[in-house]
Ligand binder design. Structure first.
Ligand SMILES: [Zn+2]
Length: 206
């Protein structure tokens, strides 16, 4: 007979399903009918989130950031905490960062990894969240990625120049800022430069 029997189709589907899910629980049509709510409580979201995240972090590291360095090269120029946060997407403890309560009237916050200017002093606002918060950035300085780790969908921000992890962007929280965005940035990821603008002006005058 040329037409395959129902059982061989089921068999083929089962083989495919177990291949596709790498021996995860039985195929959906047997589970779903008996335990319709089970899927919600199953840890599939963090699991797949971790998969996607490692994919996106790989791509963000290999994507076309002008500054490309090996792990060893980054370790040579960053201290341990900077490496953990910038290159391994870590997070500093809340209210611990040196720029959390830092409100200069002018100056720039640059990437601690490569020195690219990221935020102006007047982009910073008081969010009370425990990390430096900015409502906007230097145009083109920041690249956004979808971050699905920990079962949440967040927008990760990295330095466009070197791909260094800065933090996350949150939208629509109701802060009285022009953008209603909060760039929640690790102090460790940035370096404040108060004098560059002044120095340049003075040089220009002389
Ligand atoms: Zn950078």
């Amino acid at each position: 007979m040329r037409i395959p029997s129902f059982t061989s189709i089921v068999h083929a589907f089962n083989s495919f399903a177990s291949f596709a899910t790498r021996s995860a629980p039985p195929p959906p049509f047997t589970v779903a009918s008996t335990r319709p709510l089970a899927r919600k409580s199953m840890p599939t979201i963090p699991f797949f989130g971790a998969l996607f995240s490692s994919g996106s972090s790989t791509s963000s590291q290999n994507m076309s950031h002008p500054v490309q360095k090996s792990k060893e090269e980054w370790q040579a120029i960053l201290n341990q905490e900077q490496f953990r946060i910038l290159r391994e997407k870590g997070t500093e403890a809340p209210f611990s960062g040196k720029y959390d309560k830092h409100y200069p009237s002018e100056g720039l916050y640059a990437c601690a990894g490569c020195g690219a200017p990221l935020y102006k002093a007047d982009h910073k606002f008081k969010s009370g969240c425990g990390w430096p918060a900015f409502f906007d950035a230097v145009p083109g300085a920041i690249t956004r990625h979808t971050d699905r780790t920990f079962g949440m969908e967040r927008t990760e921000i990295v330095c466009s120049n070197c791909g260094g992890h800065l933090g996350h962007v949150f939208k629509g929280e109701g802060y009285p800022t022009p953008t209603d965005e909060r760039h929640c940035v690790n102090s460790v990821s940035i370096k404040f430069d108060a004098g560059e603008g002044e120095g340049k002006k003075e040089e220009a005058k002389v």
